[in-house]
Design a binder for this molecule. Structure first.
Ligand code: GFP
Length: 800
């Protein structure tokens, strides 16, 4: 049906009319989207079946990637590109008078994630399928993905996101493969044939129904599976009606929202339920599949790897132990051997708030059998520690999985897995030398680094088709399958015609973004100004505050003398703040407050514009990255494990302005000093300061006029804001002594901006730098990352 334009058109019209029972003229863009989506799913179904068959027949090892987040965004265009039928469809629709991009706009982003962690999982799926690797995702089919952000009067408001409202064209519901999950109740221990057995009594049963989404590889026949679990009431329901209503509500809420508020016990229970739900459903189905193919459960780890993405799915360890012992009848030692050879773990952050811990008083009643198993894992682990460090109570207490009434999920992951990886070199080093140093000393062989990557298919080929063509015109299209060969562009960095073409493409991408900004924010921005962009989750350590304080200081300078030598700048932000994160929401309000005043000040002659783009998400990001000149990666050094937005900007030719943090360090190493703007303290300096109790932010406040002025403006109503509005920000800087060193790095940040200002004047050299960045960005393709995972951690091989 997609072999050529004519047959596509015929088939499309036929399907459209048959499905909707209206004439072509009466059909809508949404009808077109649904029809196209269903056609694609049908088109890939034979390859999907074939991939499944292959994995059943070739006795190869498979990996299952368990993640609480999969930030997929839209799939239509990406699927068409990967299938190699995008041009047939776009042209065919054009003949019918349909604009493909209007159709594409009908698809809701699948926003089942928060930021980098979830988007990484989505990139990994794309690379796994493209490299023909047997790797599948397991996640939750949240009814509502990450909230929809509205900015009202400068404040963030959250609305429930509705991606499932019009149905999901990509998924296939498989009720026959549903499994039951058990919560609450009690464990009955009894003896059978001289062996201790465990039975879960009085449990509340929840049914997990899989919804499978095909993951289509690029120009290959491989179609892997992303299995998303939906929580539904079980047929074994309680008797009285009131209970049924409660049960139904509570059950459905398990796959209701991504990250429910967990500031109270009820929220904590729900999050823990989500985690166990994901893990138990996935493992039950993985083992059921395994047993259909192989007889001997003891060999499972030779055929299956299970990867836990951060600590959220770490219950996979005790759950696998439970299944192997209670259902498959293995003894502890054998079950432990299999488990610790099956599970691998990625750590994504060293922020203590993200290293999950569960209070026993919540955990034990909800998951009684799992608690027993963790307790035993802990006992055995502590015994080993005792042997190695006899009498060192302090160390054992520090390393224990259960201590002071809490269960530490990262410790469980470190003990129960065979591989632990960080996501950039510096991050892995910090894990080894600092955060997890005790564990590294105990299990040095488990630790390894896998620097993150992004799929260049979505972030370059799809997001920036003009740049894609330009690159292929210069160096051929080998880079599409071997992104590292983008390096060949280095030979052309001085080529005037390449530079000229690159400039024209950037300009047109900037014009497209300027149009979006005009439509969404009503702000006119100048596409020839420097587009300086910071888009990412809002968090204190990512330091959006440093960015906006610097903008405030630029504004002060311009007010004093509007004729100063300054390239016109457009500062663009996009960020969601977690709904309960009061401080982050204040930063959003501050950005919008500054934007309002600056954008309306005629005196500064449009030299400065500030834009906060509402509801930042994958589909918007695809328009933003290609339009950036400067990429702000300004986290406090040591805090950003890797970053992946930095890689997307780089691949689209933006120059990085950043700290020596996360993958910025590897980018710097690749492009060299001349092609990146580095500022601020490095990780060693930051960590040393932390160790010595910080620094005195007040000294910077009192002794630096520029800093003094902007920090005061948070208090003195300069931006026409209500009294006290920004006190939490002011206090974080001066009363709480500036935990993220915003003021300490301020001057260095301002100087590097001045350097950017000067560098931008030299158009040719700027473009040369941009080409070098594109050329070196191939290293950050997730294909490279996934090959490393496949070879070093999972030991999986391509199907074919
Ligand atoms: C987290 C870390 C990032 C890292 C990603 C993916 O992402 O440094 O790049 O995980 O490993 F913080 P965010 O959710 O914070 O973006």
């Amino acid at each position: 049906m997609f072999s050529n334009k004519e047959s596509f058109k015929r088939y499309f019209l036929q399907r459209l009319e048959m499905t909707y029972g209206k004439t072509f003229e009466d059909t809508t863009s949404s009808d077109h989207f649904q029809t196209l989506g269903h056609m694609i799913r049908e088109y890939v179904s034979s390859n999907w079946i074939q991939t499944n068959e292959q994995s059943r027949n070739n006795n190869g090892k498979q990996v299952y990637y368990l993640s609480i987040e999969f930030l997929l965004g839209r799939l239509l265009h990406n699927n068409l590109i990967n299938l190699g039928i995008d041009q047939v469809v776009i042209e065919g629709l054009k003949d019918l008078g349909i604009d493909f991009f209007e159709v594409e706009d009908m698809e809701h982003d699948a926003g089942l994630g928060n930021g980098g962690l979830g988007r990484l999982a989505a990139c990994f799926l794309d690379s796994l399928a493209t490299l023909d690797l047997p790797g599948h995702g397991c996640g939750i089919r949240y009814k509502h993905g990450l909230f929809e952000q509205r900015i009202v009067d400068g404040y963030q408001l959250e609305l429930p996101e509705q991606w499932l409202k019009q149905g999901q064209v990509w998924e296939v519901r498989k009720e026959d493969l549903a499994v039951d999950i058990y919560f609450w109740g009690n464990i009955d221990m009894y003896e059978k044939n001289g062996k201790l057995q465990f039975r879960h009594l009085n449990a509340e049963t929840v049914t997990a129904v899989p919804h499978d989404v095909p993951v289509i590889g690029y120009h290959t026949t491989t179609v892997n599976t992303l299995r998303l679990w939906n929580a539904e009431p079980s047929s074994l329901i309680a008797k009285d009606v009131k209970d049924i209503m409660r049960y139904k509500r509570e059950t459905e809420s398990i796959s209701g929202f991504l990250y429910p508020d967990d500031s109270n016990d009820e929220g904590k229970i729900l999050r823990l339920k989500q985690q166990y739900f994901l893990v138990s459903a996935s493992l039950q189905s993985i083992i059921r599949n395994y047993k259909q193919q192989y007889k001997n459960i003891s060999e499972m780890h030779h055929y299956i790897s299970i990867h836990v993405n951060d600590t959220h799915p770490v219950l996979a360890i005790p759950e696998l132990m439970r299944i192997l012992m209670d259902e498959e009848g293995l003894g502890w030692d054998e079950a432990w051997e299999i488990t610790t050879n099956t599970i691998s773990y990625t750590n994504h952050t060293t922020l203590s708030e993200a290293l999950e811990q569960w209070p026993i008083y919540i955990f034990q009643p909800l998951l009684p059998r799992i608690y027993m198993i963790i307790d035993e894992i802990n006992e055995r682990f502590c015994m080993k520690l005792w042997k190695k460090y006899p009498g060192d109570f302090l160390k054992i207490e520090k390393m224990a999985i259960i201590a002071h009434g809490m269960i530490k999920m990262a410790h469980l992951a470190l003990v129960g897995s065979y591989s632990v990886n960080g996501v950039a070199e510096i991050h892995t080093e910090i894990l080894k030398k600092r955060e997890m140093a005790d564990f590294y000393a105990f299990y040095p062989e488990k630790f390894n680094n896998k620097t993150n990557g992004i799929t260049h298919r979505r972030w370059l080929i799809k997001a920036n088709p003009k740049l894609t063509n330009l690159i292929s015109n210069i160096i051929g299209d080998k880079w599409v399958n071997q992104p590292e060969s983008l390096r060949e562009l280095l030979n052309y960095q001085e080529d005037a015609s390449l530079q000229e073409n690159l400039a024209a493409i950037k300009q047109s991408n900037k014009e497209r973004l300027a149009k979006i900004i005009k439509e969404k924010n009503g702000i006119l921005v100048d596409p020839s100004s420097i587009f300086d962009v910071q888009v990412k989750r809002l968090h204190a350590y990512k330091r959006q505050l440093l960015n906006i304080l610097h903008i405030m200081s630029l504004y002060n300078k311009l007010r004093e003398d509007p004729s100063i030598d300054m390239e016109p700048r457009t500062f663009i932000f996009g960020a969601k703040a977690s709904p309960g994160y009061y401080y982050a929401k204040k930063i959003i309000k501050l950005i919008n407050t500054v934007a309002h005043k600056v954008n309306n000040d005629k005196r500064i002659q449009n030299k400065l514009k500030v834009v906060f783009i509402e509801n930042y998400r994958v589909s918007l990001a695809e328009h933003i990255f290609p339009a950036a000149d400067v990429s702000e990666q300004i986290s406090t050094a040591s805090k950003e494990a890797s970053g992946t937005g930095n890689m997307k900007f780089m691949m689209n030719g933006a120059l990085t302005l950043g700290t020596m943090d996360g993958a910025n360090i590897e980018m710097h190493e690749l492009v060299g000093d001349d092609n990146i703007f580095i500022f601020g303290m490095n990780a060693d300096q930051v960590l040393e300061l932390y160790q010595n109790g910080g620094y005195s932010s007040r000294e910077y406040f009192y002794h630096d006029d520029r800093i003094h002025e902007v920090v005061n403006q948070l208090k003195n109503g300069f931006y026409d804001h209500p009294v006290g509005e920004f006190d939490p920000i002011f206090d974080s800087l001066l009363i709480e002594n500036d935990q993220f060193f915003v003021l300490k790095d301020f001057n260095s940040y301002a100087s590097i901006h001045e350097k950017v200002n000067q560098a931008f004047k030299n158009k040719q050299d700027w473009l040369r730098k941009s080409i070098v960045n594109i050329a070196m960005s191939g290293h950050f393709s997730s294909d490279r990352t996934i090959k490393e995972y496949a070879e070093d951690i999972w030991r999986i091989k391509p199907y074919i």
